[in-house]
Design a protein around this ligand. Sequence first.
Ligand SMILES: Cc1cc2nc3c(=O)[nH]c(=O)nc-3n(C[C@H](O)[C@H](O)[C@H](O)COP(=O)(O)OP(=O)(O)OC[C@H]3O[C@@H](n4cnc5c(N)ncnc54)[C@H](O)[C@@H]3O)c2cc1C
Length: 258
Amino acid sequence: MKIAVCVKQIPDPNTPYALDPETHFVQRPQDQILDDTDRYGVEVGLQLAEATEGTVTLVSMCPAGNLQGIRQALAMGAHKAVIVSDPALQGSDALVTAKVLAAVLRRAQPDLVIAGTESTDGYTGVVPQQLAELLGLPSLTFARKVVGGDGKIRIERLTATGYEVVEAPLPALLSVTSGAVEPRYPTFKGIMAAKTKPVEQPAAADLGFGPDSVGRAGSAQEIVGVRAAPERGAGRKVVDEGEAHLEIVRLLEQVKVI
Ligand SMILES: Cc1cc2nc3c(=O)[nH]c(=O)nc-3n(C[C@H](O)[C@H](O)[C@H](O)COP(=O)(O)OP(=O)(O)OC[C@H]3O[C@@H](n4cnc5c(N)ncnc54)[C@H](O)[C@@H]3O)c2cc1C
């Protein structure tokens, strides 16, 4: 099976990073890591590829930096990567991101496209569905278990109360949840091999995008403001002198919990 896995490089969540004060875009460092969400997609892709003698191609739109995050996924075992890294893409919203990824995927013609359900930095949770629509593929979302082969894919789709079994013919798109599999750790051999695996880096123009169709110019959404979440205030201690329960009920009514 020919598999494409969409992966994002993101700033390390453990390291504070800044927003550009004017555009509100994340100022992305050279060192970025593979989004933890996408380690699950890579693992599902590798397991399906191993079962079907297939290949896994990573697809990403991101400032390349030193490619640390992409190399992490290559070290897990992915075969190659296509990274669209172009200053013209700065300011692209989710739909433009999906259009650029779709252009790469149209060229690659995979049997299966895999994505995470929601990224850790942007978390709009819409790119997989937008990709499926743009590519005209059936979209199997929130997969917690995946079985593929014989021209079809079957998943257990996580719901609030359990799961549904959903099946689609290939080609298809799949979004996986973080409980789907246990991502493997790269071996030393894998890390060394990742250094020489092919990483293609087309520009937006190579994929047919003019300057007006990507970046801020091509995006319908604009971030017009960013606010820090209010800090939590100190709690209030109610001393029980026999009537504390009444005071607690009054406080709960005040905040409309009861
Ligand atoms: C107005 C606006 C301007 C923005 N400008 C910038 C900017 O200048 N620079 C910037 O880095 N971000 C920018 N962003 C954020 C960027 O558009 C989002 O990160 C991107 O649209 C994907 O959204 P998400 O991360 O919320 O995806 P989600 O839908 O939450 O991601 C789900 C899954 O889709 C796949 N996926 C998502 N994005 C990518 C990707 N880029 N490559 C490969 N796979 C992917 C992954 O598998 C991921 O797990 C901007 C957003 C807006 C709204």
